[in-house]
Structure formats: structure tokens, C-alpha cells
Write a protein that binds this ligand. Sequence first.
Ligand code: 0A1
Ligand code: ZN
Length: 860
Amino acid sequence: MTTNPGKNVQYLADYRPYPFVLSATRMRFALAATDTRVRTELSLAPRDPEWSEDLVLDGGKAVRLLSLTIDGEAPDPAHVTRDGETLTVAAAALPRHPFLLETEVGIDPSANTAFEGLYISNGMFCTQCEAEGFRHITFYPDRPDVMATFHVTIDSDLPVLLSNGNPVGQSQGRAEWHDPWPKPSYLFALVAGDLVAVSDSFATRSGRQVALNVWVRPGDQDRAGFAMESLIKSMKWDEDVYGREYDLDVFNIVAVDDFNMGAMENKGLNIFNSKLVLASPETATDGDYERIEAVIAHEYFHNWTGNRITCRDWFQLCLKEGLTVFRDQQFTSDMRSAAVKRIEDVQALRARQFREDQGPLAHPPRPDRYEEINNFYTATVYEKGAEVIGMLKRLVGDDGYRRALDLYFDRHDGDAATIEDWLKVFEDATGRDLAQFKRWYTDAGTPRLTMTEDWRPGEAGGTLTLTFSQQTPPTPGQPEKPSRVVPVAVGLIGPNGDEVTPTQVLELTEASQTFAFEGLGARPVVSALRGFSAPVMLSRDLDDATRAFLLAHDTDPFARWESGRDLALSALTAAAQGQATGGNYVQAIGRLIADDAADPAFRALCLNLPGEEEIATRLSTGGITPDPDAIHAARESLARQIAETHLDLLARIYQDMTVAGPYRPDAADTARRSLRNAVLALLTRIDGGERAEVLFGVAGNMTERMAALTALLRRGRGQAELAALHDQFADNRLVMDKWFAVQPMAAPPAQAAQIARDLATRRDFDWKNPNRFRALLGGLSANHAGFHAADGSGYDFTADWLLRMDPVNPQIAARMSTAFETWTRYDAGRRAKALAALERIASTKGLSRNTREMVSRMIA
Ligand code: 0A1
Ligand code: ZN
């Protein structure tokens, strides 16, 4: 194997403060596509004047040093050394007092296909500096604990020139920006291009007027209004709920077409992947609208949780990401339906984070080692990081949480903080000892909880005793897993369906523990892990009748949905192993969806069958090797069974849920469309596709058109609709991304890899665009039985393209390699083919650090 783990490993334990203090950074950019010049002035001082240290600045290979002076003088060249990743000025050449270091460098944005640092997207200059992109712009201490004010001058003929902070001068061909808030380099941003703005303003609660702009390319203005509305709601919400006010005169958002991730919280100048800004009813789905609202909020909330208080080092990434995800989840719950949001978040957590936690890429929310930090922008850092905060809030209560957060903002404003700092504010604000709780940050893996019940009737009422035991399977590098604090929210439902004991939070701290409920009239049914009170897997012996009872009567919406989910999963896992069918589920789901008083969104969530990946996970957690083809067949068969059994009811709901009037992406209309589309997916399996064809033809919005198209493709139809969509939207990148994604995703599994291969030969498969690449490869890997086709065609196609992408954009190649992260759970034939594909990648010469780390962890 040519992999080389260990060579570039960074360790949390090695943290050391930077030996110099940087107070102010001044930069001047002369923008040019192939030869941009950057002059940088750093106001530096030795941290300890008694101690002399070399000055080490980060700087990528492609940064050409043109000049360097210290207090205006060029040092002896013997004192300046350059290697591929740094520039070092020897201590002997440095004053013991504050000094000014000036550099000029040349960089080539047009050659930057990795989209890290300064690059060009569609004729527009833009930057991405998190995590370590700034070092591709200039020589700098590119680490989050070095914070400075920035003064930036941009020289360019392009009409719009933006950077962080407030504008302090604009003239023909030049703009100057000053950011008074000290910040680390990863929050730097610059944008220059031919852009137009949708503008508005916001008056903060202390009366400051903030100019708001959403910058897009000319012609896209009519699709930027929703982003602006979302921004204004976010600003208001953060004031109302967290007491956090915005702190500059302007807030700019820019949409760019080439972007490695979703969006970026640069101070005062958020840069977004255009798919998370641009939306119109004809081009975006309800899901897109909801994500736009959430991500606009997320980036805005970073202004306090991330920017005003940043991270000491990248091991602490979940300090800003977990908290900011938690905040954006709260925001969406407040804007829409809290119950629906919680269920969606848990589904996403299980699909991405539980999956990660069970495989070779498992790591704690706060890792203690990495080779390439860009590989750690993961579901564990983000989503599990948010779950950990949800548990903290549950344990200390809403008031305790509020006091802790106020203390956090007071105590750490302006700091580069750590997880220890974060936990300490909770300890100080609430008096609670969080030593054991900290394991949630340092330990990987999903705890398995088992709950058993013991019922003793008695004269003065019966006693129900619940026994919980917890155990966490080993993860890479962590064989032993001590017990954690697990908050388990429990309620009791009486035999008549009334709640007899409202929600109570039990705190597990031991490997095994019992809790007794006394004085009960009759044996109740336990509703456990309400609201998904901890990110664990709970197993308990429950028969289908009791699950159906909870699905009908539980007062906690999450737990109620979970009962339906468990019913469906037990039917599907049995069928995938060639056992009996899902009669109980089919009956129970019929009763639930017939309830017209229930929220349509909730009914839709219950009606959507668990995905094939989720079924595979459930099987492999139970020690059974999943067979992707059998899973696919089982799921299709259960869907048909539901459609046949409830044909009339479904047809009625399909009519009833028609949404009249102009399209609105709000919670109420979204809910109706989601139920209607869930019903359509079922009916299309037995109706020959007429409903879907009609809907595709008449629908004016993308939500319904995509639902119809997907349903048709799953039946091996939909070619005319695909062609129509292409004709209408060939010039719209975002719609064409959907067009590329849906084909491999909804294809019959045996054809999926070939369909992806054919699509990849098209001229409009602009694969260097991250969205387009993700659409095709992600579309295929979302087709569980297609990606895991027994002949290895899915693996081979994916490996071919990862290898092609790696030298161009290593971040994207590494990220998409996670399609393989579950490979060890399949049968020997599939494992051999997946391993061969991974080894082919690993043995390729010149592989990036990003992809090398991912692949070597997966085959370790
Ligand atoms: N901090 C951003 C995510 C982000 C991370 C890395 C990036 O480039 C490698 C870009 C964006 C967020 O949480 O939204
Ligand atoms: Zn974030």
C-alpha cells in the first residue's frame, strides 16, 4: 500500500499558542485573472520579548514571494527560507519589539480548480478560506487563534468589489473595506464581479441601521427574494431568542456557482453556493426553500457563534458548528413545525451520522488527531455536535441553558475558545459537574441502549420498573467505551390511550440502572426516548400490536412517528430476509393517514417508507448481512401492498391535498404537497403512471414536477418528462443538477451505474463544477442497490471519477469517497469489489492528502 498514515498527523495535545501577536492586517489586491498581486502588511510583536523564535508563516506552493521587508528593510536572504507549505524568517532577523512585516506575492486565481483561496467562478473573483485557504492567498499565520483587524484595498475594473467589515472608500476601480472586529484568516473574504443586488435594511434593537444585500449575477435578482426574507427573519430571531445583535453597518451575501460546500460565514460577507440562495417556484422545491431558510440562518448565526467567539484550533470545530446547527434547528422549529423538524433532523442524523459512526470513519465530535482538517466537516462534528448541545439543554433545563449562553457570550466574546471553555460556562452557570458529560465530545460511537420492563401489580397500585443498560461498540482507536450520561425522556400511556405519566427525563450514568414508577392503576405502555432525547440506538422488546397502539396514542410526536417507523422496519427487515409480510404496518398506517385532523406533514412522514440504506443499517446493527437487492425488492413490495390495500383512501387524499392558489413555500402548503407527493409515489406503483404524468404536465412548481418525475423513473418510465425538463431548463444550472441527480438515483438498480456512465459522457456534464459532480456521483450513491450492484459497476464508476477529480479538486474527491464508508458490512463478493476499488484509489501516485487520508482510514 502506498498510503502513508502518520506522516502528516496533527494532534490536539500538541497545541501551542502562536509565538507572535498579530494586531492588524492591511492588504492590497491588484486583481488579475492569471497574475493577481497581493501586498500584505502584518503588525506583529513577539509574544514574549525575552524569548526569540523563528517566525513561521503558512503559504501554499502556488504563492510566489516577490518581496519581503521587516520595518521597511529586506532581511538577509539567508534568514528567509521557503518550503512547499511555509515561509520562515529566522529569529536572528527579527526585532524584539513590535514590527511591520510586509510581503508582496503573486497568485494565479484562474488556475485554482480546488476552489480554496482566491479563485474565479463564472467570471467572478471569490474566496473560500475555511479551513486553511488563506495560505493560498498570502503568507500568514493561518490558524484560528491568530486574530487581527483587517483593512483591505481592492484594485479592479470590475463593478462590484467586496470584502469584510464596513466600506470605507469607493472610487472608480478601487474599493476599501475596514473590519474593526479582530478575526482569524479563515473568515476573510473578497468578491469582485459583475453583480447586482437585491437590497433591504434591518434596524437592530438598539437602533442601528444595517444595509442588507444579496448579490447575484444579472438576471437572477428575481430568485433572490426568499434569501433576503430569510436573512431578515434570522436577524430578528437571534435578537429575540439569544439577545444577539448584528455589529456592522452592512451585511452582504453573495451567490457563487462553484463552491465546495453549502455556504460560508465570512465576517459581514457570507458566500453561498448559489443553490442555497436562488429559488423560484418553477426551479426550486419545497425542500430547497426550507434549506435556504435554514442555511441563511446558520451562516448569519455564526456571526456570534463562530466569529465573535471562534475556535482555538480546528479540533474545536464542533464548538462553532454544533452550536450553530443547534441554533439553526431551533430557528426552523420556530418558523415551521417543531415536531416535523425534529423528525426530519433525526432522520438525517441516522442516515448520515449513525452511518458514519458505525463504520471505519467514526470519530468523536471533537477529534484529537487528523491529517486533513477538511475531512472533518462531517455529520459527527455538525449534527452530532448539535445533538450534544440538545442533551446539555435537556439536562440543565431551559433557564440553565439561557444563563450558560449569556455567560458564554459575556466571558468569551473576542476569544478563540475550546470545548473546555464551553463546558465550564455550563458548570459555572448551573453548578452541574460535566466531567462525565464531556465524553460525548471525546468518545466516538453511538451508544446502544437496552430497555426492559418489569410490572408488579399491588394493592396500592402497581409498580413499573424500567432497567436500562448501555454499551458502545468499539470505534477506530477507541476500543474501550466508558458509560456516558444519557438523558432518556419517558412518558407512560394508560391502556385507554390517555397519558398517565407526562414526560420525565431519566438520567442514566451507569452501565446498567433501574427506575421505578409506583402507584400505577393498570400496566401502562412506555413511550421511551421521547423527542429523541439522546443520540443513541434504543432496543426494547415490543410487539407489533403495542407499536401500533403507540402510533395511535403517543402524545409525543417524535415517539409516535418512531413507533410507525419501527413497525415499517420490522416488516421490511423480515421481508428482506424472506420472512412474512407487513400486514400490521399496512393496517396501522391506513388508520393514521385516514385521520384528516392530523397534520399532513406528519402523515407524510409516517407514510414515507424507510429508505433502503436505513433498512440495511437496521439489519447490520442486528448482526445480519444486508442484501441490497432483497432490500430493494422488499421495499417495493411493501409499497405496492400499501397502495393496493388503501387504493381508495390514497386516491381521496391525493385529491384532497391539492394546493390551490399561488405557490407558497410555507409550512402549511409544504405539508400538503409532501403528503400528496408521498401518496403519488405509492399510487404510481400501481396506476401505470397516469397521475404522475398528468401532474408533471400541469404543475407550475418544481416540487410537484420532481415528485412526479421521480415516481415515473422508479417505474422505468419518465423519458418524455426528462426531455421536457431538459428543453425548458438547459440554461439553468441548478435545475440541470437535479436532472443529472435524479436519473441514477431513481433508476432501477441494475441500470443505475450504466445510466450514470452515459450521463458522464455528455457535454453538459461540467464535472469540475462541484454541484454537477455531486449531482451525478451523489445521485448514484443515493441509489442503495444501484451503488452496491453485485457486479461492482457502481464502485468502479465512482472510483474512476474520484481519481479523475482528485488532482483537480481534492476536497470534493475526498468528500464523495464517503460513498464507500459502509463497505465492510456487505457480503464477501461485494466487499472484495469495494476493496479493490478503494485499493485502486489508494495505490494511485500523487493522490491528495485529503483522499489519501479518507481511503486509508476506510481500508485500515
Ligand atoms: N463553516 C461553513 C462550512 C464550510 C466549511 C469549509 C468550507 O470550505 C472547505 C466551506 C464552508 C458552515 O458551517 O457553513
Ligand atoms: Zn457552520
